[in-house]
Design a protein around this ligand. Structure first.
Ligand code: SF4
Length: 251
């Protein structure tokens, strides 16, 4: 059983997915002989909707500016580490104007315990300066516009658009990329963008934002990169990787 650990922080929005109409047929315990990609999506989305209707980011934030900073810091770094850094950072730089007035060296001192602090300090300063000079200090809600900000790639832009602005966007990070491929939700996807395009085809629009968190949390706690915990995974009946492993064992 997946154990989803929710942060103690009170998030501004809580999506009650259990109120979303159930579109998916009930799954039988025994999978069909030929498992299609559609079956995998139905099974997996059905499972998450019933068992983990609410799944949210583990990053701590209070507004769109803080989430932007936290997501930039989280690249190649754990959410736990970012959550240790941001309280002090947000006290010193409570809004983009305060951050835009800082120096790279000053920002570096606050974030030096995360990975790539030099680059991230430069990106945070550049992001804050552009936000204040071109966007009146307001975080844009559009994925393409967001990507103009330094340090903001497609993944970060999708996170901001979906989490803050409730837009139907699906951010693909390393967990989403890996878990989707193992489960067989994607086939032959070589880049996060290819993964995103394949997932978006099959996941209903109203579930895109939460599906991002489902796949991340599943990858973080169950379908771990080095050694997936298949024996305790509730999705194995629909998982391509697991079925291939079983087939190889039986040969
Ligand atoms: S069965 Fe194993 S490989 Fe498949 S999703 Fe679960 S943990 Fe990952």
């Amino acid at each position: 059983m997946i154990q989803i650990i929710f942060p103690k922080f009170a998030f501004p929005k809580q999506r009650i997915i259990s109120q979303v109409p159930i579109y998916f047929r009930r799954m039988t315990e025994n999978p069909p002989k030929r498992i299609t990609r559609k079956y995998r999506f139905d099974y997996i989305l059905d499972y998450f909707q019933k068992n983990h209707p609410i799944a949210e980011t583990e990053l701590h934030y209070a507004d769109s500016y803080q989430l932007m900073v936290a997501v930039i810091l989280s690249a190649q770094c754990t959410d736990k580490r970012v959550n240790m850094i941001t309280p002090g950072l947000f006290v010193r730089f409570p809004d983009p104007y305060a951050l835009a007035d800082a120096t790279v060296e000053e920002i570096f001192e606050y974030i030096k315990s995360c990975s790539y602090p030099n680059n991230k300090a430069k990106n945070l300063l550049g992001m804050a300066q552009m936000l204040t000079t071109e966007f009146k200090g307001i975080v844009p809600d559009d994925v393409d516009t967001l990507q103009k900000l330094p340090g903001v790639g497609r993944k970060t832009a999708n996170v901001i658009a979906s989490v803050v602005f409730n837009k139907p966007a699906l951010a693909v990070d390393t967990h989403v990329f890996r878990v989707s491929a193992r489960l067989g939700l994607t086939t032959g996807a070589k880049t996060p963008l290819e993964t995103e395009k394949q997932l978006v085809k099959y996941i209903p629009e109203n579930l895109l934002a939460v599906a991002h968190h489902w796949l991340i949390l599943h990858g973080r706690y169950i379908c771990i990169a080095r050694k997936p915990k298949c024996s305790e995974c509730a999705l194995k009946n629909a998982c391509k990787y697991y079925q291939t492993m079983q087939k190889n064992l039986n040969q």
